[in-house]
Design a protein around this ligand. Structure first.
Ligand SMILES: Nc1ncnc2c1ncn2[C@@H]1O[C@H](COP(=O)(O)OP(=O)(O)OP(=O)(O)O)[C@@H](O)[C@H]1O
Length: 277
């Protein structure tokens, strides 16, 4: 990873103050996670404030994805505490995390490739559905009304992400940048309070990155969604984040505003001589 930033500008206005954030919504305290002998995370603490855009950066293998997996309950840390909305949630599983408003996108796109854009986004509504399987199968009364309400919500997200023209297209036929946008749409369909984005810009050209940045900023601004994002592109990270936490070999080596991170000698030292992370 290079600490110098590319010329492209990713949407936040450098002269304006960054967004107004609220109280701490997610507090990670002394998190340690090992896989056998591999220490993925060692004694990591940081918090996330309501309405914040919080970035996690670090070289390959630093523990970034493991950290997201801890937050959304896929991995249970051996040590540490997770406090979400004031409640201790160390044993929260991924279903409970999703139910309580934590949604996630993945480093490698995880969509149903044979299904349309609309149907993929509808799968993001699953946790919101209250009618049971039999009612849905019979498309009976309340189930029908509920399905219509969910479709309206899915269509709103499609409009928001400007993907109306491809709403009936199978996802597998779309270019990579649009698939990433659909994956964002599916996560938004759950109406999350915290959105975890794992490398949302990976593999995109500059134009696609600018579009994705604009959507991330709009999600944060219009829906008030708190965003935790892993991203390798330093231009993007420094442009849109309120605060950045830096991991290296599973340890935290920096935490602060983009300006503080740029000036952090440990961070600079960790990245010196590394062209890519
Ligand atoms: N399920 C797993 N089983 C065993 N080891 C794992 C597992 N998940 C992660 N690790 C190990 O934990 C460490 C941190 O991996 P992680 O994927 O969290 O890093 P990362 O910073 O997200 O890397 P990248 O930028 O390459 O995605 C690595 O050494 C990795 O090999």
């Amino acid at each position: 990873m290079q600490m110098n930033e590319p010329d492209a500008h990713f949407g936040a206005d450098a002269d304006q103050p960054r967004r107004q954030t609220g109280p701490v919504i997610l507090d990670l305290k002394n998190i340690s996670l090992s896989f056998g002998g591999v220490k993925a995370l060692t004694d990591i603490s940081f918090d996330v404030k309501q309405h914040e855009i919080r970035a996690i950066i670090g070289p390959n293998g630093a523990g970034k994805s493991s950290m997201l997996n801890v937050i959304n309950g896929v991995y249970r840390p051996q040590k540490g505490d997770i406090i979400y909305r004031g409640e201790h949630r160390k044993n929260m599983d991924c279903h409970a995390a999703a139910k309580s408003g934590i949604a996630r996108t993945f480093q490698n796109i995880a969509l149903f490739k044979g299904m349309t854009v609309l149907d993929n986004i509808m799968t993001g509504r699953n946790l919101k559905m209250t009618s049971n399987f039999l009612m849905q199968a019979l498309y009976w009364g309340p189930a029908r009304r509920e399905e219509i309400a969910h479709r309206i919500k899915a269509e709103e997200i499609i409009d928001f992400l400007e993907i109306q023209a491809i709403r009936k297209t199978p996802v597998g036929r779309l270019p990579y940048g649009l698939q990433k946008r659909v994956e964002l749409g599916r996560a938004l369909a759950a109406e999350p309070e915290i959105l975890l984005l794992d490398e949302p810009m990976a593999g995109m050209n500059v134009e696609e990155k600018q579009d994705m940045c604009r959507f991330i900023l709009d999600v944060n601004d219009q829906f008030g969604t708190t965003i935790v994002l892993i991203e390798h592109d330093m231009g993007v990270v420094m442009d849109i984040s309120d605060r950045v936490v830096v991991l290296d070999y599973g340890k935290k080596i920096g935490d602060g505003t983009p300006d503080q991170i740029r000036a952090n000698q440990d961070v600079i030292n960790a990245y010196l001589g590394k062209a890519e992370c």
